[in-house]
Design a protein around this ligand. Structure first.
Ligand code: SME
Length: 161
């Protein structure tokens, strides 16, 4: 297994997403354990983009429960009708929130978070089994470039199931 990932340090996000996707594909192709794979993906995304917080919440029973992540301490349980994560879970759509203070019901795990993107991960049965959540300490930090890049990574995970 590779010891580290390679990416262009001064490149824009679109290029970095394109560079890390095949490396993530290679990482997860050799491992069947979901949590191990999500843990490495969180680490890769943190290293490549320096995100303030990046991680996964996993559907367990009737809640989303904190999974592998990189960044500050986070809320452990989120109801399906709460926050940006619950919104993405319930709508099954990627949510981009340019200003978390303007999102009704946003869950402030950290007061430093300013903008957020959440991508649902859909299993073989069509059920959302997890969400990928990225928080920034800057306003309006996420665009369709991030949505496309993170959805491509979500699709890699979905194919391992
Ligand atoms: N802000 C999220 C909760 C998770 S933390 O940001 C890590 C939300 O509103 O769903």
């Amino acid at each position: 297994m590779a010891e580290s990932i390679a990416f262009s340090k001064s490149a824009g996000r679109e290029q970095v997403y394109a560079e890390i996707a095949p490396q993530i594909e290679a990482l997860v192709s050799g491992e069947t354990d979901l949590v191990a794979n999500l843990a490495n993906i969180a680490a890769v995304l943190k290293e490549a983009f320096g995100f303030f917080w990046v991680g996964f919440y996993l559907k367990k029973g009737e809640q989303l429960v904190l999974g592998p992540f990189q960044g500050p301490l986070a809320c452990t349980r989120i109801d399906f009708d709460s926050g940006v994560c619950g919104h993405a879970y319930s709508t099954r759509e990627t949510a981009i929130v340019p200003d978390v203070d303007a999102f009704p019901g946003h869950i402030a795990c950290s007061s430093a978070a300013r903008s957020e993107i959440v991508v649902p991960l859909v299993g073989a049965t069509g059920e959302v089994f997890a969400v990928l959540d990225v928080d920034s300490d800057r306003l309006n930090d996420f665009s369709e470039t991030d949505a496309d890049g993170l959805k491509a990574i979500a699709a890699i995970v979905e194919r391992t199931l």
